[in-house]
Write a protein that binds this ligand. Structure first.
Ligand code: SF4
Ligand code: SF4
Length: 587
């Protein structure tokens, strides 16, 4: 039976068919739906782990114990998981382990666009790259076989287009693999230097065997056509080349590390002009050049961002001196223009009150990764730095250590609930231990919102929706050693401002927890608010909230009643009491 699936759904299906027993992940676009879908299969344990390092550690524990394990994360998550990954390459597995790295060329939802094939090479583990949903499923299953055959973790590298596009997938039944026997084997699993030295030899030996495998596996194949142009490609760019240049010969690489050198040399020798079409880094190209082959790669195609089918066709034709336009299927045109939708905090967003106050107080704000990062945008413009998951507290502490305690009197770190659990807590330990006075604000909106509302250890539910122990952030901060811990509703602006001022003044670490549920999961129904044109003085203070429902139309300020969720924050800031709830008194 065939079914239309996204790449992420297909990976979850592939894991289920492959007999996987444990699936772990930290949510991150474009990988999140893998685990959401894996959690729907009763035969597989699934979890949102606190971060990617823990996800991989749980996965490797399952694999060493003999079960198959799928570990999923976005590309920057592999940075967090790199420590166990590199040593897992030495220990090997037992039951198969597949690490999905979902890369994000074009940075649709990421802070950088690193190419994680480099991680495969650096950790010396095989990298597979599916080009569509069918391959996503098949390659997932094959990756588990390779993992067990070569006793290695395997990276399945997808990109946003493969992860989120749909195509038909042939479904199969689950093959129970059972749990392989576990045997105590310290020389393999205890990586003290004496054992690790031996295991490094095993890794190099394995790499030689994997190179031979790359030459013979069906993952890599040649599609012969006209030999004037030969294209080596992998992943989604294979689909683009097929679409816009159907006449060229293609070497499609499903396994991009290690590369099949003989196959590539043979292909290169049979075509007149060789091109390598790959998104982001010249990963394949650098190998091919090092083998002395003449090739067009990043001299022709962009290094930055996603490649487009038209760009690929145009660039290849240009190098051949053919500038005639290619026939491509034009996407259907809409009959109307879609209005631009700039990124903005949602109507009723609990973070709006905090950033309004921080902007008003003109404090320096070390920010973090989450939808609250949008607090950097006008008119709130509250955030000074955003680096990576969990970086805010350490960044603020570093600023204090460099510029002194007086600077810290006007400096806060802001971090979401899930991000704090992910990797913020260790920096808070540093603040306490190394005598900083950092004020940390944890934005507790009861969910991991940016990636689409996943549960986390503070929400009280697992990925399968089962109730579980809920971590209390107040108690946690106190347990770390912070004595000044206060909780506040971020819509009580006066109280929030007073608390922030008091904690900034305190010459010791403090934690403020803003507690209000994400507007998108808040089920309470509120009437919208309306601005009285008679009472409004046109001071425009309400516009400083950056609520997308409020706009100046001509001389009047209006609220879009269809969008307004009735949070009432605008009424709080209006000095003229011109903003009233429809059909009743303000809360
Ligand atoms: S804050 Fe009040 S008075 Fe000022 S523009 Fe908005 S509605 Fe009018
Ligand atoms: S009540 Fe005011 S701040 Fe809240 S959503 Fe409506 S317009 Fe925006």
């Amino acid at each position: 039976m065939k079914k239309l699936l996204t790449g992420n759904e297909a990976i979850a299906r592939g894991a289920w068919e492959a007999g996987v027993v444990v699936c772990t992940a930290y949510p991150g676009t474009p990988s999140t739906e893998i685990t959401e879908n894996a959690a729907k299969y009763d035969e597989m344990y699934a979890e949102w782990s606190p971060n990617e390092k823990v996800a991989l550690e749980v996965g490797l524990g399952a694999a060493i114990a003999g079960g198959r394990a799928l570990v999923s994360m976005k590309h920057v998550g592999v940075n967090v998981a790199a420590d166990p990954l590199f040593t897992l390459s030495y220990t090997g597995v037992n039951g198969g382990l597949v690490l999905v790295s979902a890369d994000d060329p074009g940075m649709h939802s990421s802070q950088n666009e690193q190419d994680n094939r480099h991680f495969g090479r650096a950790a010396k583990i095989p990298v597979l790259e599916p080009a569509n949903s069918q391959e996503a499923k098949v390659f997932t299953k094959l990756a588990f076989d390779i993992s067990e055959m070569f006793d290695t973790p395997v990276m399945l590298r997808t990109t946003t287009r493969v992860a989120h596009s749909q195509s038909l997938v042939e479904l199969a039944d689950r093959k129970e693999k059972g749990i392989k026997e576990y045997q105590k084997n310290p020389s393999k699993y205890v990586m003290i230097p004496a054992n690790a030295r031996h295991r490094h030899v095993v890794v190099e030996d394995r790499l030689i065997k994997l190179k031979d495998y790359a030459e013979s596996t069906d993952l890599n194949r040649v599609e012969w056509n006209d030999t004037k142009i030969g294209v080596i490609t992998s992943g989604v760019t294979y689909q683009y080349v097929k679409e816009v240049l159907p006449e060229v010969s293609i070497l499609k690489l499903g396994m991009t590390f290690p590369l099949p050198q003989k196959m590539i040399m043979d292909f290169a020798n049979k075509v007149d002009q060789l091109y390598i079409v790959e998104e982001l880094e010249p990963f394949i190209e650098e190998y091919v050049r090092s083998w002395g082959l003449d090739v067009h790669g990043k001299d022709t195609f962009p290094l930055i961002g996603e490649l487009l089918p038209e760009t690929i066709a145009a660039k290849i034709m240009q190098t051949l001196g053919d500038c005639s336009p290619r026939e491509t299927t034009e996407p259907d045109q809409l009959q109307y223009e879609i209005p631009p939708r700039p990124p903005v905090l949602c109507p009723g967003c609990p973070h709006r009150g905090l950033f309004y106050v921080l902007n008003k107080l003109k404090v320096t704000v070390a920010g973090d990764i989450g939808c609250y990062t949008l607090g950097c945008l006008a008119p709130l413009k509250a955030i000074d730095t955003t680096i990576c998951m969990g970086a805010s507290i350490g960044t603020a502490m570093g600023m204090e250590k460099a510029r002194g305690k007086d600077f810290a009197r006007n400096l806060v770190a802001v971090i979401g609930d899930s991000t704090f659990i992910h990797s913020g807590i260790t920096a808070l330990v540093d603040v306490v231990y190394n005598k900083a006075t950092t004020t940390t604000i944890i934005l507790d909106n009861r969910i991991t919102a940016m990636t689409g509302h996943q549960h986390n250890p503070t929400t009280g539910f697992t990925v399968k929706g089962e109730p579980t122990k809920e971590i209390d952030l107040v108690l946690l901060a106190k347990a770390v050693g912070v004595e000044r811990v206060r909780a506040v509703d971020p819509f009580k602006l006066d109280e929030l401002e007073k608390i922030i001022k008091e904690e900034l003044a305190a010459e010791e670490p403090s934690v403020i927890i803003t507690q209000r549920i994400c507007a998108l999961i808040d089920k309470s129904k509120n009437n919208p608010y309306r601005i009285s044109t008679e009472a409004c003085t046109g001071c425009l203070r309400c516009l400083k909230l950056g609520c997308p429902c409020i706009a100046k139309e001509g001389k009047e300020v209006r609220i879009n009643l269809a969008q307004c969720v009735g949070c009432g924050l605008c009424a709080t800031v209006c000095p003229s009491e011109a903003i009233k709830k429809e059909g009743g008194a303000n809360d």
